[in-house]
Design a protein around this ligand. Sequence first.
Ligand SMILES: CCCCCCCC/C=C\CCCCCCCCCCC/C=C/C(=O)SCCNC(=O)CCNC(=O)[C@H](O)C(C)(C)COP(=O)(O)OP(=O)(O)OC[C@H]1O[C@@H](n2cnc3c(N)ncnc32)[C@H](O)[C@@H]1OP(=O)(O)O
Ligand SMILES: Cc1cc2nc3c(=O)[nH]c(=O)nc-3n(C[C@H](O)[C@H](O)[C@H](O)COP(=O)(O)OP(=O)(O)OC[C@H]3O[C@@H](n4cnc5c(N)ncnc54)[C@H](O)[C@@H]3O)c2cc1C
Length: 664
Amino acid sequence: MEGVDHLASERSRAQFDVEEMKVVWAGSRHALEVSDRISRLVASDPAFRKDNRTSLSRKELFKNTLRKTAHAWKRITELRLSEEEASRLRFYVDEPAFTDLHWGMFIPAIKGQGTEEQLQKWLPLAYKMQIIGCYAQTELGHGSNVQGLETTATFDPQTDEFIIHSPTLTSSKWWPGGLGKVSTHAVIYARLIIDGKDYGVNGFIVQLRSMDDHLPLPGITVGDIGMKFGSGAYNTMDNGVLRFDHVRIPRDQMLMRVSQVTREGKFVQSNVPRQLVYGTMVYVRQTIVADASCALSRAVCIATRYSAVRRQFGSQNGGVETQVIDYKTQQSRLFPLLASAYAFRFVGEWLKWLYTDVTQRLQANDFSTLPEAHACTAGLKSLTTSATADGIEECRKLCGGHGYLCSSGLPELFAVYVPACTYEGDNIVLLLQVARFLMKTVSQLGSGKKPVGTTAYMGRVDQLMQCHCAVQRAEDWLKPSVILEAFEARSARMSVACAQNLTNFANPEEGFLELSADLTEAAVAHCQLIVVSKFIEKLKQDIPGKGVKEQLEILCNIYALFLLHKHLGDFLKTGCISPKQASLANDQLRSLYSQARPNAIALVDAFDYTDHFLGSVLGRYDGNVYPKLYEEAWKDPLNDSVVPDGYQEYIRPMLKQQLRNARL
Ligand SMILES: CCCCCCCC/C=C\CCCCCCCCCCC/C=C/C(=O)SCCNC(=O)CCNC(=O)[C@H](O)C(C)(C)COP(=O)(O)OP(=O)(O)OC[C@H]1O[C@@H](n2cnc3c(N)ncnc32)[C@H](O)[C@@H]1OP(=O)(O)O
Ligand SMILES: Cc1cc2nc3c(=O)[nH]c(=O)nc-3n(C[C@H](O)[C@H](O)[C@H](O)COP(=O)(O)OP(=O)(O)OC[C@H]3O[C@@H](n4cnc5c(N)ncnc54)[C@H](O)[C@@H]3O)c2cc1C
């Protein structure tokens, strides 16, 4: 029935103020106003229609994306949208495009690694989109191992130029988004060679295409790398391949904030750490954490609404069947994901603060917090994207068969999201970076150097190695101090165990390789502690609105106790809790699910997603699922004709043949 809210009775059961929860989710009243206004602007503009994506060919899909980005840019300039509004518009348009790399990596790379003069020259052009850029780091042969890149930038003192060259097939740039068909420029990463000496990987601005006719410049071969996972999905993006044949660029197109090459060909290292060449990745990893909460909340919103609509079994005497959301198994799969979406939101907010803080310090030549910023962005990027990709797939299963239909929105969401586990650093490679940081922290404990920031708890290692969990009743698991101590003890004990095992190897690098699987588990434990502790910190803030804080407390406890249940092996093996305490945690978790149940629909309404953005028949706000699913099926191009194309050629002859055989 059109216009009827099938989820109204669910909404009436909510025990908190949904409008105030929307403010908490958005981050502020102002952010909610902007987000709400822009989401409606996008949803009401037919140019941003997206329900036909999965049936378009690659060429149509790509052209459609070009049309949408041009329209988006027109609206941004016509309406004079602020950076915040423009970025919300990009979010609600919900389509990966070359503009992501232009705004998200090309501009930040120049900003972070360029000198003042370089910023003044390139940024105005890029901001007005008079040039379009991408971030070309990865090559066919090397992605994770940035130090292994092969593209060369050889200084020619005669002409004051660099010669950019791809010496091997494996040195071809491979993957950069926006490179294949659109970008006119790129920040490319290449080995700096002066007078035969290799000075390692640096960034260079290179023009790729003519500004007159868009043709590649001499010496440049560029194209798209081909179809990717899923229909629609990330295929709106022109991930590209690029080869250089001795392409010359002026010397001042090397990004020279970190290192410089003088007119005489002298290499000069600034007083900033070399690692700043990797700065753009730190920036993007931080944005990816915030984005994880968006992708996960979207899947959870669909699965929660559908779970309240869907009924199976349990009918007594012809009465209504049970809503599947009332099954404890459904709750134990769904509610931890709901809690994770909120947890990732808050850790994302905190990470943004950390990133801003480290950037300000870098500007003042204080590099002390850079290793922590790298470890946190790498680790949390890894943790949140892995959990989100798995969570989206779990939401698909939570929707049963209908979740497999493209009209559920979940297959495309998964296909677009899952490369986040790989891009901006493979998740395992990034966890190993965290592990390195943790091992360094543990090794310095005896030196009197006090760990700070997210590793401050390691400073209490003696106490954490011996403490006994105080839980005696299930309710004790609701105390933040109890949860924190259990997570800190588990993380400290796992790191210390790894550090002790490493001492059994004569060569520490060999030991690190041999123990790398254990090390990634220690890194996960540390990152989970960060997420739990930031959720707990969030709850210490003043949070207005009837029942809002109480609901967040329930979600925080679900998140922590769900992790404890999932990683019980770690907690028991390290002796942080006893089997009896584990079973009390489980009892508490079941009780928390019951408390979350009446609020589930309102908790996903608080994400404030429009039906346009959700793009899901199952997740519709009004819960009117069945008529819409039925309607949607008839829109499939296969249903354009009752008898399919191909009947005459393939089906009819087969049927006739069977008939002839039967007569013989
Ligand atoms: C609709 C139209 C709208 C119109 C427009 C509207 C406006 C829109 C506005 C906004 C839109 C914005 C949208 C943004 C969206 C962004 C989209 C993102 C899409 C993502 C696409 C993907 C891109 C990529 O993938 S780029 C390539 C990424 N590559 C990697 O991540 C490679 C991974 N490898 C590495 O990072 C490193 O090599 C390493 C970490 C593995 C290190 O390797 P290793 O060799 O061991 O170490 P080494 O290099 O020797 O380093 C030694 C020490 O340095 C430390 N270190 C390493 N990395 C860092 C770092 N990043 N920072 C600081 N320190 C670092 C390392 O720990 C070592 O330290 P130690 O103390 O010596 O141990
Ligand atoms: C959709 C998408 C968009 C992208 N966009 C861009 C872009 O715009 N610009 C750009 O420059 N790049 C881009 N990339 C490339 C991306 O950054 C790399 O693919 C990524 O960094 C992983 O590197 P790799 O492909 O070399 O993986 P590999 O390193 O080859 O990984 C293969 C396997 O080896 C394992 N492995 C590797 N090293 C280690 C180790 N030291 N220890 C243990 N295991 C290890 C990994 O865990 C993985 O299982 C994009 C990639 C994708 C998928």
